[in-house]
Design a protein around this ligand. Structure first.
Ligand SMILES: CCCCCCCCCCCCCCCC(=O)SCCNC(=O)CCNC(=O)[C@H](O)C(C)(C)COP(=O)(O)OP(=O)(O)OC[C@H]1O[C@@H](n2cnc3c(N)ncnc32)[C@H](O)[C@@H]1OP(=O)(O)O
Length: 206
């Protein structure tokens, strides 16, 4: 594995550590994802709207006392969960994570709808950017920030169909890591591809 000798120099970035969570945590995140799907899908009559509002306000009141700083929440730090347990991330599951590359599988859901049955174009850079962060991490590069990310949209990205995204490091030049990835369907058809430059942070860089 290509572990960099400066691996521990993460600029001002925190070191990521896997979070331990209660068994219900994954179920909560999935229920919240379902709420997101519904929130962009429903057209409710007034009484259902009022009930949903009251229940949501109650949920907010339950959760609000437990807000913690960025590095303390398990969101994004539970690798076994879809999207690592972060609602921001696509609910995809990593199935390969090593220096050769990272592969992740999942679906775009109703929440990710752009128009006419296709995923919103902005959700693909999100998928690729997170994959690139993981890919350079798996390669043993110090944490870096995306300097650019280019996406080629080759085909419409369908909702609710299993897809696979795979990325690998193409080359490293000093602080620069060049990474590319493909998004395919289960028949191996190319839906999109992407390439990005990630630049290693200097000490103290945010
Ligand atoms: C425990 C459970 C599992 C968890 C496991 C998680 C692990 C997972 C890790 C997550 C990791 C997070 C990953 C965050 C990834 C983001 O999402 S970052 C968010 C989006 N990106 C940003 O906000 C970045 C904003 N930009 C910046 O901060 C700065 O521009 C940068 C990128 C740090 C570069 O600035 P700089 O340090 O001043 O670099 P600079 O000296 O200008 O350039 C260095 C080199 O890069 C080149 N370069 C810089 N920008 C560009 C560009 N746009 N185009 C071409 N070349 C460029 C320069 O030409 C230069 O090249 P050389 O002259 O050395 O050949």
């Amino acid at each position: 594995m290509a572990v960099d000798e400066h691996y521990n120099e993460h600029g001002g970035f925190p070191k990521f550590e896997t979070a331990k969570v209660e068994p219900e945590y994954g179920e909560l995140i999935e229920a919240l994802r379902r709420v997101q799907d519904l929130a962009v899908s429903v057209d409710m009559p007034a009484d259902a709207l009022k009930a949903a509002l009251a229940q949501t306000q109650q949920l907010v009141a339950t959760m609000e006392p437990h807000v913690v700083p960025e590095r303390k929440t398990p969101a994004g730090r539970v690798p076994r969960l879809p999207g690592r347990g972060s609602l921001l991330m696509l609910p995809w599951t990593v199935e390969k994570f090593d220096a050769d590359g990272v592969r992740s599988r999942g679906v775009f859901r109703r929440f990710h709808l752009g128009g006419n049955g296709a995923a919103h174009g902005g959700t693909l850079p999100l998928l690729f950017d997170d994959l690139f962060g993981l890919t350079q991490h798996a390669y043993g590069r110090p944490i870096s920030r995306t300097a650019y990310l280019h996406v080629n949209y080759r085909k419409i990205t369908p909702l609710n169909q299993p897809l696979v995204v795979e990325g690998h490091v193409d080359k490293v030049e000093g602080r620069k890591t060049f990474i590319s990835a493909t998004l395919k369907n289960e028949d191996g058809e190319l839906i999109a591809d992407s390439d990005a430059l990630m630049v290693q942070l200097l000490p103290g860089q945010q």
